[in-house]
Structure formats: structure tokens, C-alpha cells
Design a protein around this ligand. Structure first.
Ligand code: DLZ
Length: 161
């Protein structure tokens, strides 16, 4: 999926939202870019004390997201990188993490930002990692999407004055 057609998102009054970022650890250089992009986005939004936890691989992201969604966070952001190898493992991990994070979000009502790159090659992943020379910044995008959604949901659940 390319970034063509992505919206310009903005949000007011998000600085009091509680946000947790969960990051897998496979493919360190790409992950560093995603985590830095996510923290930069949170800083831009005035959220300077996010929770950041690490899990071993992307397959572990959904269970961690569910745990944090149940602990009062307004938004959770999941970051990971899955690179296609020569085995079906790629498909299983991608399917597990995608369905798992969707399920957590819908079941808990807590927006889960999807910052999981599923790529054929490491070069493709680096191009989306928000590092020097990248064309996309998926960690930043995932935080912005989750926080904008959380702020929007809060605005419709508050009584009108
Ligand atoms: C096993 C595995 C493989 C082959 N590839 C990746 C990957 O590219 N990215 C990633 O985040 N994790 C990978 N894993 C690990 C699984 O996500 C998981 O941690 C293990 O299967 C243990 O549950």
C-alpha cells in the first residue's frame, strides 16, 4: 500500500490524552525509525509522557495492546516490521497481528494505531520508516491516526453545552 491519498490530519486539545506505544523488536534499524517517528508525533501533539513498552515480535503486539487498552489509555499504537522470508511464517504473523489488533480496537473501543510494516524487503521497510531518505513515516502516521480518532470519539461522547 502506498502513501498516495493519505489525508492531512490535525487535532486540537489532545495533550491530556493518555497514549501507549508498543514496539516489537525484529529489524532494529527500521524499528528505531518507527519508534522515533511515533515519539516525534506525540511531542508534536503535546503528549510528552507516553508509555513505551517493547515486545519480542509483531505477533505479540495484540496481547500487549489488549492489556494496555484495558488500563485506561485513550489510544494505543502498535509498531512492528514483518519482512517476507521464504516461509509461510510471514503470512501467519501478518494475519495474526492485523486481525488481533483490529479485534482489540473494536472490542475495547480504544483506537489502536496500526504502525506495522509488512514488506517484501528491508529496503521497502526502510523507505517507510521515517529515517533520512525515507518517503514515508509510518510511526508518525500511526500515532496521529490513533490520537485524532481518540479525540474525535471523546468529542462525540461528551455532552453538548
Ligand atoms: C518468527 C518471526 C519471523 C520469521 N519474522 C518476524 C518478522 O519479520 N517481524 C516480527 O516482528 N516478528 C517476526 N517473527 C517473530 C514473531 O512475531 C513472534 O515473536 C514469534 O513467532 C514468537 O511468538
Amino acid at each position: 500500500m502506498s502513501g498516495k491519498g493519505a489525508p492531512e490530519l490535525s487535532v486540537r486539545n489532545a495533550s491530556d490524552l493518555r497514549v501507549a506505544v508498543i514496539a516489537a523488536q525484529w529489524h532494529e534499524k527500521v524499528m528505531d525509525g518507527l519508534v522515533n517517528g511515533a515519539l516525534r508525533a506525540l511531542h508534536d501533539l503535546g503528549i510528552d509522557e507516553p508509555t513505551l513498552i517493547r515486545v519480542p515480535g509483531s505477533f505479540e503486539l495484540p496481547v500487549a495492546a489488549k492489556a494496555l487498552a484495558g488500563r485506561g489509555y485513550d489510544a494505543v499504537v502498535a509498531l512492528g516490521v514483518v519482512i517476507r522470508g521464504g516461509t509461510p511464517h510471514f503470512d501467519y504473523v501478518c494475519q495474526g497481528v492485523t486481525q488481533g489488533l483490529t479485534q482489540v480496537s473494536v472490542e475495547t473501543g480504544v483506537p489502536v494505531g496500526f504502525g506495522v510494516l509488512t514488506c517484501d524487503t528491508e529496503e521497502q521497510a526502510l523507505d517507510r520508516a521515517g529515517i533520512e531518505g525515507s518517503h514515508e513515516d509510518k510511526g508518525h502516521e500511526a500515532v496521529t491516526a490513533a490520537v485524532v480518532t481518540a479525540a474525535t470519539l471523546r468529542s462525540v461522547s461528551e455532552p453538548w453545552h
